[in-house]
Ligand binder design. Sequence first.
Ligand SMILES: [Zn+2]
Length: 323
Amino acid sequence: MIVLDGKKIDYPLSVCWLENPKWCPKATDVSLRHTWIRGIVLHTVNGKKGPLKPGAKDTGRDFNYARYFANSPRKVSCDYIIDCDGSIAATNDPLQNYTWHAETVNPVTLGIELVQDDDDGGVYVEQLKATARFVSFLCESLGIQKQVPAIAGKPDPQVLTRLKAPNEGNTVVGVYGHRNQTTNRGFGDPGNWIFEELLRSGFEGFNFQKEEDIRDLFVPRFYFGCEADDPMNATAFNTKANPYHAKIRAVFSSDIGHWDVPDMTEVTEEAYELVEHGVFTEENFRDFVFTNPTTLWTGMNPDFFKGTIVESQVSQLLANGAH
Ligand SMILES: [Zn+2]
């Protein structure tokens, strides 16, 4: 069982302080949560990289750490401790209090510790799978986007400057490692294994340092059908005004099935008036009526325009690298 905002939730293989306060005591080093949780910080208990091992191992040490955190004079705690078999010791209600696991970002995050094998610091395949499922569950429950720091599909171990002052995690939404928060912790806190598992299970990887990634995720994937002759269409191409100099993929929409187009032969002419009035450049008009519609439909079906009057122009455009 875990507890979110006082609500008891049956979660597979989890035990919380309400069920077994002796084995799994409630975290004592906590502060009152004042703001929404936007990050999940992953840790390994040793903070050093160990091997990846097949299967699972019930070490029982998730409870040892729960007791250690509750009883140690050190000012440390975390929300969940996940054993090498994927079982979870839940020691805090993250919506009511925050724990002390990653210094400055504590007020805006929750912390998860992965138990490492006492022989060699290894983590286990089944433990990683269970952790990815649990992190996914928490992201869905708390409204955190499923994203991790990664560059070109590989987990990014560098310290994120956006987790430092003055923002201290306020502007970072997603799941990251203790190593991304401080140079005091090494690569192995929590290592790459868990991030590779999260990426495999559908988490999006992107460079948290580079805000343009947001643009790169959204702009090429969205197309907007626009009224043919609306002067506001120009905003889509206004790279000086748009955030990150984005050019939005506006698509000419003729409205010819609509009551307010009494003569369908005039629609393109009306649209071209945007150029004549200096609202659009020639290039904007080309993107609006040709480039954007082409990349939209050929993106799903490269042969979409085969056999039509524009077949050769479309092939030419795609051959020139439009996508
Ligand atoms: Zn840590």
